[in-house]
Design a protein around this ligand. Structure first.
Ligand SMILES: Nc1ncnc2c1ncn2[C@@H]1O[C@H](COP(=O)(O)OP(=O)(O)O)[C@@H](O)[C@H]1O
Ligand SMILES: [Mg+2]
Length: 457
């Protein structure tokens, strides 16, 4: 499933906003990124898409289900009604006799909301969302191995504060439970933990528990034939869904492996970081939130795709607000590449404030939001972060006051006002670190000019 395009009318700050999402005819990528300053409307776009898709999830669960309404506060001030329209393409629902761009695989639906006591300007049309949900419900009845499309929204509030240790109830997880809380809070660590523990228990029933394996490894050593035989036997009884989650996490976080539930000394989740074993609570905020995000996407895909050998290849739509949040610059740089490599069939709609996110990926559709208008941004692949900041994010790359003074310094040197230049340079040297590049350049230039001046006199 993928969103082909959407249109918002009188929603948030937009009176009308329309955009096509990747992949488009011109750009074969699964990633669209929205950039723009605070208040530009990035979050509003993702929330609108999530609201619209929530109707698909609701109608998949039950025929007459209702998704989330558009909140009244989101209707553009001064207007009576707001409207969200989406066009969705769903490859699975198209009869195999038709080619891929067949109209019957495209679903349009619209969701309207009117202020209380006002006359409605728009009305909802949800026939197609029912048609699509119906297709999945019918197909699921005939084929239990059918995959469901993942639909998830990760808002800025997705921060993981703690890992719940007490699990009150144990329940089994159904395929559609992959949608639980997927559109309102994103990362659901409590569910993640419950689910992981349940899968691990059943994995252990058909194999040996990790603690026993650790002991065996200690006694046998890892060069022992029996140990190798045991390892390959264990590998074949590994839980496919857990393997998917473990693989996704190690793809994103090199050096991390072996996420598992430990019962001693207390119930907790632990992970190996290089040669250390850590309680996941001991991880940094960045590590924790990346692990939770990736683990959550992988878990939901695993639950929803019981028929796939590799559940990470399941399809769906993933919306992530401020994807760079808490990430070290190195991780920001590679986040899109890792997302698309780990989840190759998901469509991603992202927002970011970081130039690094969009400068390291060749195939990505970037839109800049400014004053309620959308402009596609040319590829920023290979550009350095400063150029991206200057060109597309309209941001000074340096503190504005320092910037002006450095420019003044250059002008003074060029105009031959060398005494004044020297005084300004001294002032700047007192404030900036000695190795500052711009100062070093100015110092060199000034020395040259002083020499020239001395020669001429
Ligand atoms: N009902 C509304 N009418 C008019 N403007 C609104 C309304 N709701 C929100 N806004 C505007 O939209 C902006 C919020 O957009 P948001 O999507 O959160 O921006 P971003 O995520 O890009 O920082 C606010 O700054 C506000 O000015
Ligand atoms: Mg925002």
């Amino acid at each position: 499933m993928e969103i082909k395009q959407f249109r918002l009318t009188n929603l948030g700050r937009f009176s009308e906003l329309e955009a096509e999402l990747a992949p488009t005819a011109a750009l074969n990528t699964n990633v669209t990124v929205f950039i723009g300053s605070n208040g530009a409307g990035k979050t509003s776009i993702l929330k609108a898409l999530a609201t619209s898709l929530s109707w698909f999830v609701a109608r998949l669960r039950s025929e007459k289900g209702s998704g989330s309404p558009i909140p009244e506060s989101v209707i553009l001030n001064g207007q009576a009604s707001a409207l969200i329209e989406v066009s969705i393409f769903d490859d699975h629902s198209k009869p195999s006799s038709l080619d891929s761009d067949s109209e019957s695989a495209i679903y349009h639906w619209s969701l309207a909301r009117t202020q209380k006591g006002k006359k409605a300007k728009f009305s909802s049309n949800l026939n197609d969302v029912s048609r699509l949900a119906d297709f999945y419900r019918t197909a699921l009845t005939q084929n239990e191995k059918l995959g469901l499309p993942l639909i998830a929204f990760y808002p800025v509030e997705r921060v993981v504060l703690d890992v719940p240790l007490k699990i009150k109830e144990r329940h089994s997880f159904l395929q559609v439970d992959g949608y639980d809380n997927s559109l309102n809070q994103g990362v659901d660590f409590r569910r993640f933990f419950e689910w992981y523990r349940e899968r691990e228990d059943s994995e252990n029933e058909s194999g040996l528990p990790q603690d026993v394996l650790d002991k065996l490894l200690e006694t046998l050593g890892d060069n022992n034939d029996v140990w190798h035989k045991l390892q390959s036997l264990m590998a074949s009884s590994r839980d496919r869904q857990l393997t998917a989650v473990r693989t996704a996490i190690s793809n994103f976080m090199p050096g991390f492996s072996n996420l598992r539930v430990r019962r001693k000394p207390r119930l907790h989740m632990s992970i190996d970081k290089k040669d250390q074993t850590l309680n996941v609570l001991q991880l940094s905020q960045g590590e924790k939130s990346l692990m939770a995000l990736v683990g959550d996407i992988a878990r939901r895909l695993a639950m929803m795709n019981p028929g796939l050998e590799n559940p990470l290849h399941g399809d769906g739509v993933v919306l992530i607000d401020e994807v760079d949040m808490h990430l070290h610059p190195t991780w920001q740089r590679s986040i899109i590449e890792r997302l698309t490599r780990t989840f190759p069939n998901c469509q991603f709609v992202l927002t970011t404030h970081s130039p690094l996110v969009i400068s390291d990926c060749k195939d990505v559709l970037v839109y800049s939001l400014d004053n309620g208008e959308l402009t596609p941004v040319p590829s920023q692949y290979g550009q350095d972060a400063n150029t991206v900041l200057l060109d597309v994010m309209n941001t000074d790359i340096r503190n504005a006051i320092i910037n002006t003074r450095i420019n003044d310094l250059r002008d003074l040197i060029e105009d031959g006002r060398l005494n004044e230049a020297q005084a300004l340079l001294q002032g700047l040297e007192a404030e900036l670190p000695a190795q500052n590049m711009e100062l070093a350049k100015a110092r060199l230039l000034l020395r040259k000019e002083l020499l020239k001046h001395a020669k001429n006199n």
